[in-house]
Design a binder for this molecule. Sequence first.
Ligand code: SF4
Ligand code: SF4
Length: 301
Amino acid sequence: MRKLAFGYSTRCNLRCEHCVAADEAPDNRTMELNRAKQIIVDMARAGVSGISFSAGEPFLYFNEIAALVKVCSQLGIYTRVVTNGFWAATAASADTLISELKENGLCQLRLSCSRWHQKNVNQNNLVTAAHSCQKHGLDYFISFVTDFSSEDDLLESFLRSQGVLFFPEPVIYSGRANAFTRRNICTDYQANCCDMNPYLTPDLDMFACCDAGSHFSETNFFYLGNLNTTSLEHLFIKTETNRLYTLIRTMGITPIASFAGYKARQIITHGKCELCQKLFNSPETLKNLEKNLVRLEAWKR
Ligand code: SF4
Ligand code: SF4
């Protein structure tokens, strides 16, 4: 199933300390609306069945995003909008926006939440937005980004006490969060397979990974190409046929790290994206993996 994170604009009204957006990148790049509509039509033709509007803050371009959601809905594409919820200060304002999105065919709203977001957005906004979704029959969930420190206990207890649907999610140590002190984690020795949804930027660059992967600047490992010069179909085929990407999806990051020489006790101290970065944003490690691809593909129990 082809899915994609659609970056209509990188502009955001916040500047969270944990944002994966790189500081040096211009932060207000925006797509041209008609071009965006045409790309969505092309995506439907290419068999894309799910689009997540993310990147900066989509509600800063509410009318445009609502129009794009409508195009998707008419083409039978599942849609999600990812937002920090700044617009839900009152039930009335939330209802106005949510009802319009629902009318235009939006399938799901994902509310981002964390102690960094909540320095600038009142946590009650999350509850107001969630209640508005429930009222209008719109599927939603809250993505509770955490570094698993006790500093997050209060926010997590708040979400629990409000009875809203929330799921913890690890902070990604990329972009601005790169400067964070790493927590000393020990996870289970698990495969860490990754779905790797592609990400389309406002400049029409496409990456094979929608999270930290667009910041692997040492190797550009996840960069697929640009829609101005390469067809959408060709870019999708690239992501679907790259043998290392296939191994990330099917074998998982952990066995690849073990194959590359990481000790098991080192592997369990890294989160998935961090480990991915160590492997694929290192020119030397990447070169070795590419050289030994046949042996790596046979690295199975
Ligand atoms: S984390 Fe989200 S809300 Fe915060 S600055 Fe980045 S895009 Fe904006
Ligand atoms: S594990 Fe790698 S491919 Fe998956 S989201 Fe993280 S950086 Fe992207």
